[in-house]
Design a protein around this ligand. Structure first.
Ligand code: SF4
Length: 90
């Protein structure tokens, strides 16, 4: 069961924040298998793409209020052999 988490009195839910340090990706495909709604392999360079992310200094990030994406993204984080995926709640 998913439980919405609210911050103080603001009634703003916490955000799920996923970050990918894409340059270091070795293209193993684990993240795509575990969280296909967040990750996709690039046919251009064989590295993972974090969908709908913004890039800043080599770090690709999405922020989403959708708590349901956390578990699969977290599994992808755990499975990534080069540990370049971060998944947090803000
Ligand atoms: S699990 Fe890590 S190394 Fe493998 S494709 Fe995804 S980001 Fe790249």
């Amino acid at each position: 069961m998913k439980i919405a988490i609210f911050a103080g009195n603001s009634e703003e839910p916490f955000m799920v924040i996923i970050t990918l340090q894409r340059k270091k990706c070795i293209g193993c495909n684990y993240c795509v298998e575990l969280a296909p709604s967040q990750f996709q392999m690039s046919k251009k360079d064989g590295k993972s793409v974090l969908l709908h992310s913004e890039e800043k200094k080599g770090f690709h990030t999405i922020k989403s209020p959708d708590e349901s994406i956390f578990d699969n993204a977290d599994k992808a984080k755990e499975a990534c052999p080069v540990k370049i995926i971060s998944v947090k709640r803000s």
